[in-house]
Design a protein around this ligand. Sequence first.
Ligand code: CAA
Length: 298
Amino acid sequence: MSIQKVSVIGAGTMGNGIAHVFAQSGYDVTLIDVNPSQLERALANIAKNMDRQVSKGSLSESDKTAALGRIGTSTNIMEGSSSADLVVEAATENIDLKLEIFRQIDMGAPAHCILATNTSSISITRIAASTKRAGKVIGMHFMNPVPVMKLVEVINGYSTEKVVTNTVVELSKKLGKIPCEVNDYPGFIANRILMPMINEAIYSLYEGVAGVEEIDSIMKLGMAHPMGPLQLADFIGLDVCLSIMRVLHDGLGNPKYAPCPLLVNMVTAGNLGAKSMEGFYTYTAGSKDLVVSPQFRK
Ligand code: CAA
């Protein structure tokens, strides 16, 4: 299967990162979002992130211009995917929304088109079963920030055809990524292992074993993690962390996956991490300083 035209649905952080790497690797990209101002923000972000690469010398100015020239936009899913060889859905983590998006892609995209989802934990098999081409549905889970992180977790749904998996594995390599193939069970591998660690860090804070800075420093200094688990939770979004814990808890039925009550409270209060400027840390626009949130100061 040859892939040249790629449509990316959802122009949030993940969607614009995915569009960025495809365009930089020579693919024609249509970035689709119902909200035109979100599309404008995404294009500005992609240009800013490419500028960062230009200033580091990892991308030339002319390659940047060519890559940006390969990205078109659309506010209509069916139109925007009508000539795609691959669609990557990167919308909000909401099963009903994803099922509706896949219904529209399935109607709009050509029969040969592979339908991939960047979901962090929703069942690929369930999404696939809602389409008329379950064999062509697959998980293509990129990590944030997409232009930097090497992993693509390639998730086989129950019905995914081998040729589709092989195509996505080869394609991920062409993007300069390292694909790792896994099967479709709750949380796949990345979040089955990452989220319980984050949840355990939140439990440790909740039970008063240590403070925010100590927990994060121990994991950064002792385990060589680039971010501590609480900072990483803020970076991912506490609402996303909670929803993944619920998928693990419901799907595997083991009480060890119960989300920490502190995580539930923070999400209920609207403290969602970096995107709401308040989580375990308090964020200030334009500052990279890590300042512990007032609730957790000693
Ligand atoms: N686009 C392009 N380049 C970017 C970028 C972006 N959006 N963000 C950062 N970079 C580049 C910088 O230019 C810099 O490049 P050089 O190494 O060439 O100088 C490099 O990345 C490092 O950036 P910074 O110096 O600004 O900052 P840093 O050293 O603190 O690194 C980080 C930032 C890469 C985010 C690092 O902190 C990190 O790796 N954090 C952990 C990220 C992680 O775990 N991601 C996975 C989250 S889980 C997920 O995504 C999936 C899920 O399902 C929940």
